[in-house]
Design a protein around this ligand. Structure first.
Ligand SMILES: [Ca+2]
Ligand SMILES: [Ca+2]
Ligand SMILES: [Ca+2]
Length: 126
């Protein structure tokens, strides 16, 4: 019983606030229950400002704190200078958005946010 409770708590932890309806609503500017690319980029833009602690205009890998997988970091940072500009961060968000839009309808629904690709997108937005 205790193990089941622990497993449930752990599952909730790894699912995390990414799936929280209220968080999704906060990003959903036009309140249609789906996140389109403009809404995703708007959230990512705000996240960039929040993560950019030393105000040098770019995000270092340290400032990103694991938001991009190694593979996606390499793609996001083609000049390999160890930092992402705002444009690179938003471009990475757009790529993550396209990967997460499994049914290709141009918006991310709650069920798509529940997938690993959806969670990868959410990490760049929050
Ligand atoms: Ca929307
Ligand atoms: Ca910085
Ligand atoms: Ca979709």
């Amino acid at each position: 019983m205790r193990i089941a409770a622990f497993a449930a708590a752990f599952a909730a932890l790894i699912a995390g606030p990414a799936l929280s309806q209220s968080r999704l609503r906060a990003f959903d500017v036009d309140k249609n229950g789906r996140i389109d690319l403009a809404e995703a980029k708007r959230a990512a833009n705000a996240t960039f400002d929040r993560l950019e602690r030393d105000k040098d205009g770019t995000l270092s890998r340290k400032e990103l704190r694991g938001r991009l997988s190694r593979q996606h970091w390499m793609t996001a940072n083609p000049d390999k200078d160890g930092t992402l500009t705002r444009e690179e961060y938003l471009a990475a968000t757009e790529r993550a958005f396209k990967r997460a839009d499994i049914d290709g309808d141009g918006a991310i629904e709650t069920k798509e946010f529940r997938t690993p690709k959806g969670r990868a997108l959410m990490r760049l937005m929050k």
